[in-house]
Design a protein around this ligand. Structure first.
Ligand code: PMP
Length: 408
């Protein structure tokens, strides 16, 4: 008798196929790329690879102020926090960072988590699950961490069609007026790069007395005054109850957070399992994130560079009729629409041009909607963007990938 449990996984991984192994291998190599440009060849040789799918959108992961802050904090406090937030693991930097994030969003309080995933999971399981009878309204394309948090809450959930405020309103209108309500959306959508109609979402949610929870993971640092996000850019910061963000993308480090009214933040602090039962962020990471948030509150340079690169890429792709889903943000989902072609395009970009951009296939997107998720960074130059689009165009022609207008 063999170990049937072990046998299952051995068999499953053997059947996983070269496709998945190739994917894992690209991921492993990608881990060697420190930033937008790295010196590491695909076969281990020295070669320049330019990275076009990093979420370190503003280059803060390499920013000297951030690195300095991390080094100083390592010297002062060591490598780890030593515990969970409630048992020995709260450091000076955690507290300072929470104050800074609350101020950034103009909210009473903020709470940091080890990641954005755990922030959504932990916060939503409490905010949706704790108030009895809550009904949640969630955008169809909300991130896995939102979906998991809502699942963990056990609350009743109604899904509205992506960015469809009329559908949201229809669902709100048919819910019992006496039940507590929570509306959950993202500002910049992670795979399509389009932006939610925030003014209308806020308005309709307000009309039906719903709490609003907005994931600004792909917006904080990059948009709005002081990098406070899209809602702030549109003058709507006080129309959303809770903001959720990450420290791992625009802020270049790691960790996630929520910011909102003290009562809600304290409830999450008191009951969120992914806050309570895990080791807190290393103090040095919090110190680095704090330096990044402070820097981006006062500097426009990185935001302007990112915006200019995104605009240039939108224009050049449009000129060459390479379709992409949305020109509303720096997340540029170049549409391929076929699994095999998408992987081939990604592989050729790397092999021929030293360009790394990950193919996004099912289940991250629906079958038939495969994309190259391109994210220019503030550290790319205009020349880099031109070269990138040139290379992409060549591969589009070589592989015969359909061209056409952009969805807009
Ligand atoms: N929300 C969204 C919309 C995301 O795209 C992600 C991660 N890509 C997260 C939350 C989780 O953030 P983190 O990577 O910090 O865990």
């Amino acid at each position: 008798m063999t170990n049937r449990h072990m046998d299952f996984f051995v068999r499953e991984m053997a059947d996983f196929g070269p496709r998945k192994r190739e994917f894992l291998e690209i991921g492993r190599r990608a881990g060697l790329f420190p930033s937008a440009v790295a010196r590491q060849g695909p076969d281990g040789t020295e070669a320049e690879i330019s990275v076009w799918c990093s979420n370190d959108y503003l280059g803060m992961g390499q920013n000297p102020f951030v690195l300095e802050a991390i080094k100083d904090a390592v010297d002062a406090f060591g490598a780890g926090s030593g515990g969970s937030r409630n048992i020995g693991g709260t450091n000076h930097y955690h507290v300072l960072l929470e104050k800074e994030l609350a101020a950034l969003h103009g909210k009473e309080a903020a709470l940091i988590f080890p990641s954005g995933y755990t922030a959504n999971d932990g916060a939503l399981s409490v905010l949706a699950g704790r108030a009895p009878d809550t009904v949640v309204f969630s955008d169809q394309l909300n991130h896995a961490s939102i979906i998991d948090g809502l699942r963990h809450s056990g609350a009743e959930k109604r899904i509205f069609r992506h960015n469809d405020v009329a559908h949201l309103e229809e669902l709100l209108a048919t819910a019992d007026p006496d039940r507590p309500k929570l509306v959950v959306a993202e500002s910049v959508y992670s795979m399509s790069g389009d932006i939610a109609p925030l003014a209308q979402i806020a308005e309709v949610s307000h009309r039906y007395h719903a709490t609003t929870f907005l994931d600004e993971v792909h917006a904080v640092g990059m948009y709005g005054p002081q990098g406070a996000g899209i809602a702030a850019r549109e003058g709507l910061a006080d129309r959303f109850t809770v903001f959720m963000g990450t420290l791992a993308k625009g802020f270049g480090t790691a960790g996630g957070y929520i910011a909102g009214p003290a009562a809600l933040v304290d409830a999450v602090r008191s009951w969120s399992r992914s806050f309570i039962f895990t080791t807190s962020l290393p103090p040095a990471t919090a110190a680095g994130a704090l330096a990044a948030v402070r820097h981006l509150r006062s500097s426009e340079v990185e935001r302007e560079r990112l915006a200019a690169n995104a605009r240039l890429m939108h224009r050049l792709l449009t000129e060459r009729r390479i379709p992409f889903i949305s020109d509303q943000s720096h997340i540029i989902a170049v549409f391929v629409g076929e699994d095999q072609l998408c992987r081939q395009a990604s592989a050729l970009l790397l092999r021929r041009h030293g360009i790394y951009v990950q193919a996004i296939n099912a289940p991250s997107v629906r079958t038939g909607e495969e994309i190259l998720r391109v994210a220019p960074s503030a550290t790319h130059t205009a020349g880099d963007v031109e070269k990138f689009v040139e290379a992409l165009d060549g591969i589009w022609q070589e592989l015969g990938i359909p061209t056409g207008p952009t969805a807009g």
